[in-house]
Design a protein around this ligand. Structure first.
Ligand code: ADP
Ligand code: MG
Length: 392
């Protein structure tokens, strides 16, 4: 049974599709010439020295959802290159699910910029992958998420929105495309060429519509995530009180209708034309929204926290995301890059218990096998070395 009707969750018939990965095959992907891993249903620990290819493997799994994957890289960067080779090879990542579905992605020509997606051998829209799997990841780069640049934080949050609401990705990319076009017109006007006002009006109307949809989806996701965080308050992870700092989202929170929000964005953009043109940047609009977080227990902004504290907040947020996805959709797959290394003993144990309790297919990396001692007997251990994968 499929859950998506016109890209929206069909909650009336929603039932968790409990598929798990049973194998993963990499061909000329990053450091792997060819590798295959057979998987049991529980967590998978990938351990090995720095540079062994652990993150590459997580990245491969992260490509089984639309977008750029866990490193934010282009398809061209992912093809394997021998030392001295300038262009990456054609590459493929394939997984097999326990209902025999095969999901694949890759490029067929060396250096190609766009990856294609195949489901059971047939080319498919990348969005279709969401019918099967929802990879969710946490990486060391997020250790300073709350004190990082606003744009990074919003990108992180938009991905959380999008995993449960695929329409959000379309709204954000339509918005960004129109925003670039508007800025080009305004830049041209700076150079003395008259910007066509009719075209600017049309772009700003489009930005209003896409922006309003994005703002509404963000607010709905924020509320669902906050509810999932609150429901987890008995866990030994710190909780965040989340907020969205942006006028469109504030309107959405106050119950404004989509057209009202769209009109407010459109009018704001029209007013900002001269300023944006002079600055050469778009200074107004929901691309400037920020995700705010308060460390609840400490009652202080998360941004002030140490990287260890921010990491624990992010992990709790990711687990809240997993819990809300588990209720409504295809199977979440958790990718945790170097997570245990950043957690104290108690939280590490809690993380492992939670992963086991949720029966999650989680892929976790670390340089030392010992970091995962708490998972002995409950996980598959795979040693990664020299482009090869070995069960141990
Ligand atoms: N396109 C590529 N072709 C060949 N090797 C690559 C490519 N991209 C990354 N690598 C190699 O992969 C290795 C890093 O793998 P990574 O998964 O990040 O290691 P770790 O086990 O530390 O997480 C590096 O040695 C890097 O040179
Ligand atoms: Mg790594």
């Amino acid at each position: 049974m499929r859950l998506w009707k016109n890209g929206a969750v069909d909650t009336a018939t929603a039932e968790r599709i409990d598929l798990s990965l049973i194998s993963l095959t990499l061909t000329d992907f990053r450091s792997y010439a060819g590798a295959r891993l057979e998987l049991a249903s529980g967590p998978v620990v990938l351990h090995g020295p720095n540079g062994a290819g652990k993150t590459n493997l997580l990245e491969a799994v992260s490509l089984l959802t639309p977008g750029k994957g866990l490193r934010g890289a282009t398809a061209a960067e992912m093809g394997r290159r021998e030392p001295g080779e300038a262009v990456g090879r054609a590459w493929a990542v394939m997984v097999e699910l326990d209902d025999e579905t095969r999901l694949g992605t890759g490029v067929q020509t060396a250096g190609a910029a766009r990856r294609i997606v195949r489901i059971d051998g047939e080319t498919a829209q990348p969005g279709r992958l969401l019918d099967y799997l929802r990879p969710v990841w946490a990486t060391p780069e997020q250790d300073r998420l709350f004190s990082d640049a606003r744009a990074e934080r919003l990108k992180f949050f938009d991905r959380l929105v999008f995993a449960a609401d695929p329409d959000h990705a379309a709204a954000v990319s339509a918005y960004e495309k129109a925003l670039r076009e508007r800025l080009r017109l305004l830049n041209d006007a700076q150079d003395g060429r008259e910007a066509d006002p009719v075209w600017l009006d049309a772009l700003e109307a489009r930005l209003g519509e896409a922006g309003a949809r994005a703002a509404l989806a963000r607010v709905a996701a924020l509320q669902a995530l906050q509810a999932a965080i609150d429901a987890r308050s008995d866990r030994p992870f710190p909780q965040a009180d989340l907020g969205l700092d942006g006028p469109a989202e504030q309107m959405a929170e106050a119950g404004a209708e989509e057209d009202e929000i769209a009109a407010a964005i459109r009018d704001g953009l029209a007013r900002a034309r001269a300023r944006d043109g002079a600055a050469g940047r778009s200074l107004f609009g929901p691309h400037r929204t920020d995700l705010t977080a308060l460390h609840r227990e400490k009652n202080r902004p998360a941004a002030e926290g140490s990287s260890g504290e921010q990491k624990a907040l992010v992990l709790n947020l990711i687990l809240a995301q997993i819990s809300r996805l588990s209720h409504q959709s295809a199977r979440p797959v958790l990718l945790l890059d170097e997570a245990p290394a950043h957690l104290d003993e108690a939280r590490r144990a809690a993380l492992f218990d939670e992963i086991t309790a949720l029966d999650l297919q989680a892929f976790m990396t670390g340089t030392e096998r010992g970091l995962f001692a708490g998972l002995e007997g409950r996980a598959q251990f795979v040693r990664v070395a020299g482009g090869a994968l070995e069960r141990d």
